[in-house]
Write a protein that binds this ligand. Sequence first.
Ligand code: PLP
Length: 375
Amino acid sequence: MVYFDNAATTKPSEHAVKKAEKYLYEEFYNPSALYHGGLSASKSVKEAKETVLKNLGISSSEYEVVFTSCGTESDNQAVFCAVKRGVFVTDLGEHSAINKSFEELVRQKKEVAFVSLNSDGSVNFSELKKTVKEKKANFVSIMHVNNETGAINDISRIADELKKIDPNIVFHSDGVQAYGKIPFSFSKNLDMYSVSAHKIGGLKGVGALVKKRKLNLSPLIFGGGQENGIRSGTENVFGINVFRFAGEERYLDLKSNYDKVKKLNEYIRQNLDKEIFRVISGDNASPYVLCVSAVGCKGEVLMHALEEKGIIVGNGSACSSRNRYSRVLKACGYDEKILDGVLRISFSPDNTMEEAISFAVKANGCAKKLKGIMN
Ligand code: PLP
C-alpha cells in the first residue's frame, strides 16, 4: 500500500518506538512518584521537553513546554487559557481545533474577528494588521502551515509586526503541520506554539504547547497539578518519549527530508494531466502537502478508485471530510466545480520517487476514466 495521507497521521517511527520501549515495560512508573523509577520517568519527560525546545532553536530560560493529549488540546489551551477578555483574532484557514474554539468564544459573547485568506490559503496579512490595529486585539492565533493547502504563513514576521502594533498582544500559532518539517527561525515575539506527535512519526495521543515562561496560563484540565499545574493528568511517558525520539530523528534530517519531499511533490505537480488536474497549493507551499483538484470528478470517488489500486490519499482535511466542501478552500475563493474534485496528497520522508511515479500514473488513469463515466 502506498500511503500519501501523512498530514492526517503518520506511521510511527519504528526506531523511535524501540528507543522509547523501556518506558512502556521497564520504567512504567508514575513520573510524579518519588522513588527511583518515578524520578527516572520524570527525568525522561524533562529531556523530552528540552528536545522540543532545542528542535525549535529556543532556550529553556525563556520558553517551557506543556505536554498535552494532542494538537487540538494544545490549541484549546492557548485560546481559552491565556487571555480571558478582550478581542480575539484569527483567520478563516485554521484547523477546526482553532476554528471551533473561536466559535465557542463567539458563543461566550466574546469579541472575535476572522481575517480572510489569499487564494493559496495563507492569511491576508494587510487585513490582519488592519484588523488587529482597529479592533485593538488582545489575542491572535495564526497557523504556521495550512493543513489543507500547505500554505506557509511567515509567523515570525507576523508576530514581530503585530507586537509593533501592540507589544501586549498574546500571539499563538498552530505549528502542527510545520514542526519537524519546515525550517524556520522562531521569533521571540511568538508567545505560544502548538505541536502534535502523530504528524511526525510519534503516536496519537501526545501533543505539546510551547509557551513563554512569563506568560500565565490557567488550566484547562484540573487535577493533580502535573505540568506546573497547567495540565493535570499523569503524563503519557511512553508516548512522550516516542515523540522525543521521533522529533530528534526528524530534526537531524530536516533539510534532506525537506529536499526529498519537495522532489516528490514537484514530480507529481508536473506529471498530473493538466487537462484534468488543477494545482491549488501555491508554489511556495510546504512540500509536505499538495492540494489538487480533478476538475469534473468527485474527489471522494477518485480517492476510493485510487485506494482500490493500492494508493491512499486524503480528500481535503480528514477532520472535515464529513462536510461536502472544505470550509477553508471555500474561503480561498474556489467554486464548487473545483471544490468537488479536491484531493490532498501529503508526504512523509519515507515516501519514494517510485511511489510518486505510481501515483501520477494511477491518478491520471482513474481521473480520465471517472470523467468519461461522469460526463
Ligand atoms: N492543527 C492542525 C493544523 C492539524 O493539521 C491538526 C490535525 O490534523 C490539528 C491541529 C489537530 O492535531 P491532533 O490530531 O493532534 O489533535
